[in-house]
Design a protein around this ligand. Structure first.
Ligand SMILES: [Zn+2]
Length: 326
């Protein structure tokens, strides 16, 4: 590992886009310094939203935590590692206001190299679609009362995170080292989307690369996975026996989260199955990424993305071996 030189040129209100595999090379954090901020027209919400004042956590605990008290840190400084712009909202849109400081790290820009999705929304270039998705994200954060959240985009193409596990893990490791967060939130390993599973792998691998005293606890937010041929949203696969927190949203929080979801104009059809009643969190299980997340067909294997569970696990195993040699 290269010695850390924490020259992150980002502020609490900063937005930083790291072009994946172009001018940016993973491995030295100081290379983040001096990179241009995201275009200002993408860094500002288009409309002002009322300021959100989160309730004191003690009251929230009394009102809504309906599982035994767990040692989950949903306060302090958090990094949220999401595969796509919108995953943070469906997973933790309401609870993000709990943290004193939030850094959102998006692994992909939400735009597949295959231009089918882009064309569906009237974009002829992948970059235009990615810019629209980033604009939607920034508007959603503003709508959610967390417009001041720091945002970092690694810029990997949608559906390609699992092809770049080593680079992503190393980048995350450097970022987490520099950010010194109290907790890192990410996806569970569930076979819902190969990029989600890649995020889970990369966060676990990134934390292993950190010195133990700088290693934040990993907490998962619920995403989605396959069940009975369909998609189950908002809950975890039950096969890890890990206790979870269920945060029940009040009416104001539900309305606020819905406003966030509404900002993702290009994703409305995809986001239809997601509810705003509750958010679920749990300490990340200790995964064996050599094993499938569950028996049977994985949800993403239904789609012609060129990714199967077998191929994903081969990529993960190769990446793990490579990272262990670092
Ligand atoms: Zn996603």
């Amino acid at each position: 590992m290269t010695p850390f030189a924490c020259g992150l040129d980002i502020t609490a209100s900063g937005a930083l886009v790291l072009p994946f595999f172009s001018s940016f090379e993973f491995g030295v954090v100081s290379q983040f310094a001096g990179l241009p901020r995201a275009n200002t027209h993408l860094s500002r919400a288009e409309e002002p939203y009322p300021e959100v004042v989160p309730q004191p956590l003690t009251e929230v605990r009394r009102r809504t935590w309906n599982q035994e008290v767990l040692d989950l840190n949903l306060e302090g400084r958090a990094a949220i590692v999401a595969a796509h712009p919108d995953d943070e909202t469906i997973g933790a849109g309401a609870c993000m206001t709990r943290f004193s400081e939030v850094t959102l790290i998006h692994i992909t820009d939400g735009a597949p190299r295959d231009l089918k999705d882009a064309a569906l929304h009237g974009f002829s270039e992948r970059e235009e679609y990615a810019a629209a998705r980033r604009r939607e994200l920034l508007n959603a954060l503003q709508a959610g009362g967390i417009g001041a959240a720091r945002t970092i985009a690694l810029g990997c193409a949608d559906q390609e995170a699992s092809l770049n596990l080593v680079e992503i893990a190393e980048a995350l490791s450097h970022l987490l080292h520099c950010l010194t967060v109290d907790v890192v939130l990410t996806h569970p390993y569930e076979g819902g989307h190969p990029d989600h599973d890649a995020a889970a792998f990369a966060v676990h691998a990134a934390c292993r690369l950190l010195p133990s005293e700088r290693r934040p606890p990993i907490v998962e937010f619920a995403s989605y996975h396959g069940r009975d041929g369909g998609m189950q949203t908002g809950v975890f696969l039950p096969n890890h026996g890990t206790a979870e927190m269920i945060y029940t949203l009040d009416s104001e929080e539900r309305a606020r989260k819905q406003r966030m979801i509404d900002c993702f104009a290009t994703q409305q059809r995809v986001l239809e199955p997601f509810q705003t009643l509750e958010e679920r969190f749990r300490p990340a299980p200790s995964y064996d990424f050599d094993l499938p997340p569950h028996e049977g067909e994985l949800f993403y294997e239904q789609f012609p993305w060129g990714m199967t569970g077998d191929r994903w696990r081969t990529l993960a195993r190769t990446a793990r071996e490579q990272l262990e040699r670092c």
